[in-house]
Design a protein around this ligand. Structure first.
Ligand SMILES: Nc1ncnc2c1ncn2[C@@H]1O[C@H](COP(=O)(O)OP(=O)(O)OP(=O)(O)O)[C@@H](O)[C@H]1O
Length: 617
């Protein structure tokens, strides 16, 4: 639809209802385009006569396919708004979904304010303004991703800065795709979806009908670049060799940290982007801390040769930043002294003691305080605080706050009957033979009944160690990318274990609160007394292309590699038929289908894929 602006009166068309459902009185047209017409209306049956937005399905021509597409889009938006709008302040509420005189209408909360497109009429925004918008928006995006929903149409038109408080709201959920509804059929093919989104803001995988969570972060990155440069994505040049969009020369004064954040968000390869809104938030708030976190990995302290070999420094982070952040460990407090952070040593030593959860931040207070934290951002104070704050600690706090802010998943049924704890079980070792190309099949794994995430009260361990943040990684070893940050005291469930290259034990753990999953050095995990951690598995040799033992098969499109065994787990990587892998584990999902945990020797990526997409040698 075209954007007519929130303040522009519009002549109503003859089809415009004046009083819908004998209740909603149309005030003016807000937009009129491809999918229908959007009106501003008032609810005559509410004492306040509150204003609302009515979306009317466009009168359909004779094409039944188009009719179905548009109707599906409306119904999808209604279903998603009903599910999300009630639980998150930055998503409009659904008031009604109705059919009248053969037409469909959706009545939703009116977010009074300006879209980012409208705001741009006054010229480009500063780095501080854009950072501020991202910091306020990422928790909402994180929330919808926690609900396993990809928005798919994040762009300046679909972000409204609320008049009352300046907080950005996310609108237009007509394009959403619930990733959990993707079905793998018996041939191992995932069902295809109609490509919905806005050209330019849409990454390639979304254009191919395969949106992932980081597709939204890509769109968000390009939205930010538009705000900084006034250039829509189509106006940006592309590096002909890498496909990377060239934009930084347009804003030469941008800080290298912020430029690095945006560049990573808009990387053409989904696996090179931030895998989650939390990861982007972390990078955005204090990108340089990543390096300090590396220094805090217990394994690094024990195995410096691995540290020397790894390359986890984010773009734009200089060695001087590392030193600065390592030296500056001020004690600070954020907003109404609700979150006070003590100093911590630059390098942590793993201990077996269980540290109370988030020192000085009782979990209940922490959760309840999040709105205050957002308010503090609103007042503009936090940006300043971020600059001064201790890099390691604040970054972890923000990540933690962000993940804790996510309301309880609305999809209650998905975690009902089958939401049992995943028992700690050994990762089945895969016998391999490095000296010959002979391949042996993996040993059968212990029986696992379910593959769904466990509840918070069914965890069997905690993060331990000194009070500093701990890196959660995408695989067992410090050479795997950091995906998440955890803190001593965080409740976890140990799912599997494995050794890194140096022979150190790592656990694959699940965080029920944030629903994150990843690997952490075993000495930073304290198992509950009643529960035993996964037994120390037989060390597995580092895979090389020579000891791969399977090939991805199936239709030519990309295949999702997930963080766990089942379509309910998020996608972390894309692979293609013909890719060689090593099978390192197997489990059944909740439906009884077999999944393999596979390792890609070239990239070191490790994840889960439906067994029917794997052909063993
Ligand atoms: N909940 C809302 N609160 C306030 N304004 C809204 C709301 N929903 C839509 N609008 C405004 O109404 C206008 C039309 O929006 P709508 O989402 O229907 O169409 P569009 O985004 O222009 O087109 P498309 O749906 O094809 O992307 C836009 O200016 C948009 O900002």
């Amino acid at each position: 639809m075209t954007n007519s602006g929130t303040n522009t009166p519009h002549v109503q068309t003859p089809q415009t209802p004046t009083l819908l459902n004998n209740r909603y009185r149309v005030i003016k047209v807000l937009g009129d385009g491809g999918f229908g017409t959007t009106f501003l209306a008032e609810d005559t049956q509410m004492p306040s006569r509150r204003q609302c937005v009515i979306k009317q399905l466009k009168p359909i021509d004779n094409n039944p396919q188009i009719y179905q597409l548009v109707k599906d889009r409306f119904q999808r938006e209604a279903a998603i708004l009903e599910r999300l709008g009630d639980s998150h302040d930055q998503i409009p509420m659904l008031y009604a979904f109705l059919e009248e005189a053969g037409q469909f209408y959706l009545v939703e909360e009116w977010v009074a304010g300006q879209t980012l497109t409208q705001k741009m009429q006054h010229g480009p925004l500063s780095e501080t303004e854009v950072r501020d918008i991202l910091i306020k928006l990422l928790p909402a995006i994180d929330y919808i991703h926690q609900q396993r929903i990809v928005h798919r149409d994040i762009k300046p038109d679909n972000i409204i800065l609320r008049q009352k408080d300046g907080i950005p709201s996310l609108i237009d959920f007509g394009a959403v795709k619930e990733t959990m509804s993707t079905v793998v059929n018996s041939q191992g093919q995932t069902n295809r979806s109609i490509v919905v989104g806005t050209p330019g803001y849409m990454p390639m995988e979304q254009l191919a009908g395969r949106p992932v969570y980081s597709s939204d972060l890509y769109s968000l990155g390009l939205t930010a670049i538009y705000l900084l440069t006034l250039k829509i994505p189509q106006e940006l040049e592309t590096d002909p060799q890498t496909g990377v969009l060239l934009w930084q020369h347009l804003v030469p004064n941008l800080s290298s940290e912020f430029a690095a954040t945006l560049s990573q968000a808009i990387h053409p390869q989904p696996n090179e982007r931030f895998l989650s809104a939390v990861a982007m938030m972390n990078h955005l708030v204090l990108p340089a801390t990543h390096v300090v976190d590396v220094a805090q990995d217990a394994t690094n302290a024990q195995a410096p040769e691995i540290l020397a070999n790894q390359d986890t420094t984010p773009v734009g982070v200089e060695a001087t930043d590392i030193v600065a952040h390592t030296l500056q460990q001020p004690s600070i407090s954020i907003t109404e002294a609700s979150v006070s952070v003590p100093p911590e040593p630059a390098v942590s030593e793993p201990t077996q003691a269980v540290i109370p959860q988030h020192p000085s931040v009782p979990p209940t207070v922490n959760q309840a305080r999040f709105p205050e934290w957002q308010k503090a951002i609103l007042t503009g104070g936090v940006i300043g605080i971020f600059v001064l704050v201790s890099a390691v600690l604040l970054r972890g706090q923000v990540s933690d706050l962000l993940s804790r802010n996510s309301p309880t998943p609305a999809v209650g049924t998905e975690r009902s009957t089958s939401d049992k704890a995943v028992s700690a079980s050994p990762e089945p070792s895969t016998p391999t033979n490095d000296s010959t190309s002979q391949v042996t099949r993996p040993a059968p794994p212990p029986p696992v009944e379910i593959a769904l995430p466990p509840n918070a009260d069914q965890t069997n361990a905690r993060i331990a160690g000194d009070p500093g943040s701990k890196n959660i990684r995408s695989g067992p070893g410090t050479n795997y990318a950091q995906t998440h940050i955890a803190y001593p005291g965080d409740r976890i469930t140990i799912i599997t274990s494995d050794h890194d290259q140096g022979g150190f034990l790592w656990h694959n753990v699940y965080f029920p609160k944030s629903q994150a999953q990843g690997w952490i050095a075993a000495q930073l995990v304290k198992a509950d007394q009643a529960a035993k951690p996964a037994p120390d598995p037989t060390p597995t040799p580092k895979p090389t292309p020579a000891n791969t033992n399977a090939t991805l098969v199936g239709s030519p499109e990309s295949k999702n590699i997930r963080t766990g065994p089942g379509t309910k787990f998020p996608t972390k990587h894309m692979a293609y038929p013909g890719d060689r892998v090593r099978i390192v584990g197997q489990r059944k999902d909740v439906g009884g289908y077999l999944w393999y945990e596979v390792l890609f020797p070239q990239s070191g990526v490790r994840g889960w894929i439906a067994a029917q997409l794997i052909q063993r040698d």
